[in-house]
Every structure is written in structure tokens, then in C-alpha cells.
Design a binder for this molecule. Structure first.
Ligand code: NAD
Length: 341
């Protein structure tokens, strides 16, 4: 089957080729992201493979459908970059990789916590400059602290287990409670209790209309003074301007971000020779107690291999027998997700 894959970076090329070795699909790998201008490049490709950077809005989907696309194979778990209603209207099937490595993302959230807490990002620069002073580097024991987790799905549960291993008390909020989480010792509480009792809050829920700007001035106001906020979910879950106000007033003690609401214009490219035009992001980068990684939480060898393998499986299944042949967990149905949101 002819496949056009957008936003393919160097690191992904050989992994996709390897995953496709037996299936033998005719994959055209483009570095360009999918948008209104580039959608026409997929003309005559029944399958288009997307990454979370790509923008499959209604207009893009219409162009793809006119060009003969019938499958959007997402190389991600999240699908907030796809207009599901437009895809359903156009008769385009949307498949994703629901789980590729919850460990990758959960472990990265922990890396952000340890970095912010023990200030290793600052210590590394200091010792390189032969500044061996400890002033300003004091952290706290994680043992005995309260960690609040919003979203205890696949990633959230792995994260809970790790934090319980550190000897933390773990409070959680989710619209669906997990027995597995309860069994491991997670206590489900309402959102207000997550905000008021947690020393560290980790966001592990999807971005949808209910979670958009969930962390706003009001939520931050309820949090403990000095709270550490970690976001490895999607940028839009935090109102960034409110977070900046929280950091300036010191209500937020530190913040670790792997995602940013306007990351599409910034992340996944080398802008080191350019001037950042996004003033909100530029302000965020100035705080010594903020660590930003550029959406790399998923980026482990295991995860990239699983993403490529499942994407090819989804394409092969569709090629064999259409949407019904794709594993049902991998299909993203507008009626389920648009209605839920
Ligand atoms: P999942 O579907 O297994 O879990 C999501 C959980 O969030 C579910 O338990 C769901 O009930 C819960 N939830 C939904 N709405 C909620 C709400 N309003 N309040 C609280 N909880 C709510 O997904 P997952 O695999 O654990 O991934 C979680 C999110 O992590 C994804 O949606 C994606 O946005 C993000 N993610 C980020 C990266 C990265 O590299 N940074 C990689 C993969 C996934």
C-alpha cells in the first residue's frame, strides 16, 4: 500500500524501514509536517502516517480525502491533533498506537522531578565552571512526600508505582478509577484534595475540552505554596500564562514540562540560530526553577520500535481487510471520543 509519512525525523527512518521490511509497503517519508499546504503531497496515498506535530484539521482532512486517503495511521497515542468528526465524515479511518511504552513517559516524568528537586541542571553547569559551592542547590527527600497524579491510565499507573517505590504517598484523580492503582496503594480523591495536599503534581491525562487549561489561576491558587508541577501529557492542560504568574509569585516552587501549548511552532527542530518569537515560551525559559524538555518523554529505543511496529501492523491490517481488520483498541472512533470530550 502506498503510504505518505509526515514529520519523519532521521532517528525514525531506519526504524520504520525495519518495521516495514516484511510488509513491504511503499512508504514515502517526508520531513515536512502535515498542514493545509503539505496535504496535497499525499495525493493518491490510501494511507497517511502522522506524528503528534501534524495538524489533521478539517480542511487538511478534506484535501486528504479528495486525494484518495482512507487511513490516518497515527504514530502516537494522543489524537488531539486530528479532527475526528471531519475524518468520520470523510470516511477516513483513524488508527493509533495506544501503548508503546508507558515506562518511557513515566520515567521521564520522574527524571524531571529528580532534576528539579536536586537541581542537577544547575549543578552540571556550575561544576563545569569550577563553581563547587552548594548554595541554592538544597533539595528535599522524596520519601514521605505527597504526590498527586491527574490521570491514572497506562502512564499514570506506571508513574504511581515508581513514586510509591520512593516511599511517597500517592493521591490521584481520574474520571475512571483503576483497581490496579488502588491495589498498589494509590488513594483516589477529588481534584481539590490533589491540589491542596500534594507536594508534587503530575499531569497524566489526555488533552480534551474538559482538561484544556485544567491548571489555571484557580487551580494553582489551591495548590500548596512551593508545589512542583510536572507535565508530560499535553501542553494545553496548563494555562501557561497562569503558570508564569504562579512562578513569579513563587506559589509554584518549580515546574517540569515536556510539553507546551504552542509547541508546534518550536519543538522538534533546531532553532539555536534563531530568535524565539513566542514571548510566553521565552519567559518560561528564563526561570531557574523550570526545566523544559522538547516532547522527548516518549523517546526511548523501545518506544520508537513499538510505534513503528504497531503503525505498520495498523496499515497492513487496513490493507488486508479495512477498518474491521485493525485491532479494535487501535481504532480512534469519533463517536466515542468526541461525545466523551
Ligand atoms: P490512557 O488513555 O491510558 O490514560 C489517560 C487517563 O486519563 C485515563 O485513565 C482517563 O480516564 C484519564 N482522564 C481522562 N479525562 C480525564 C480528566 N478530565 N481528568 C482526569 N483524568 C482524566 O493514556 P496514557 O497512555 O496514560 O497517556 C496519557 C497522556 O500522556 C496521553 O493522552 C498523551 O497526551 C500523553 N503522552 C505524552 C507523551 C510524551 O512524549 N510526552 C507520550 C505519550 C503520551
Amino acid at each position: 500500500m502506498r503510504v505518505v509519512a509526515y514529520s519523519v525525523r532521521k532517528y525514525e527512518e531506519s526504524v520504520l524501514e525495519e518495521a516495514n521490511r516484511e510488509a513491504g509497503h511503499d512508504i514515502e517519508m517526508l520531513e515536512a509536517s502535515l498542514n493545509e499546504t503539505t496535504a496535497a503531497l499525499a495525493a493518491d496515498a490510501p494511507a497517511v502516517a502522522l506524528f503528534s506535530l501534524d495538524d489533521a484539521n478539517a480542511q487538511v482532512i478534506r484535501t486528504l480525502a479528495e486525494g484518495g486517503t482512507r487511513l490516518l495511521a497515527l504514530r502516537s497515542a494522543g489524537f488531539n491533533h486530528v479532527d475526528l468528526e471531519a475524518a468520520a465524515e470523510a470516511g477516513i479511518t483513524v488508527a493509533r498506537v495506544p501503548a508503546y511504552s508507558p515506562y518511557a513517559v513515566a520515567e521521564h516524568a520522574v527524571a524531571l522531578i529528580l532534576t528539579l528537586n536536586r537541581k542537577t541542571h544547575r549543578a552540571i553547569t556550575r561544576t563545569r565552571e569550577q563553581n563547587f559551592s552548594l548554595d541554592g542547590l538544597m533539595g528535599f527527600d522524596l520519601h514521605g512526600k505527597t504526590v498527586g497524579v491527574i490521570g491514572t491510565g497506562k502512564i499514570g499507573r506506571v508513574f504511581c508505582r515508581i513514586m510509591l517505590g520512593f516511599g511517597c504517598r500517592v493521591l490521584a484523580f481520574d474520571i475512571v478509577q483503576s483497581d490496579e492503582a488502588k491495589k498498589m496503594g494509590v488513594e483516589y480523591v477529588n481534584l481539590d484534595r490533589v491540589y491542596t495536599e500534594s507536594d508534587i503534581i503530575s499531569l497524566n491525562c489526555p488533552l480534551n475540552p474538559k482538561t484544556h487549561h485544567l491548571i489555571n489561576d484557580d487551580a494553582i491558587g489551591k495548590m500548596k505554596r512551593g508545589v512542583m508541577l510536572i507535565n508530560t501529557s499535553r501542553g494545553g492542560v496548563i494555562d501557561t500564562k497562569a503558570a508564569i504568574r504562579g512562578l513569579k509569585s513563587r506559589h509554584i516552587g518549580s515546574m517540569g514540562l515536556d510539553v507546551y501549548e504552542e509547541e508546534g511552532d518550536i519543538f522538534f527542530r533546531d532553532l539555536s540560530e534563531q530568535v524565539i518569537q513566542d514571548d510566553v515560551f521565552a519567559r518560561l525559559s528564563t526561570f531557574p526553577n523550570v526545566v523544559i524538555t522538547a516532547h522527548q518523554a516518549f523517546f526511548t529505543k523501545e518506544a520508537i520500535t513499538n510505534i513503528a511496529d504497531t503503525t505498520i501492523e495498523n496499515i497492513s491490517a487496513f490493507d488486508r481487510g479495512g477498518a474491521e481488520a485493525i485491532a479494535s483498541d487501535n481504532i480512534v472512533r469519533a463517536e466515542e471520543h468526541v461525545a466523551k470530550a
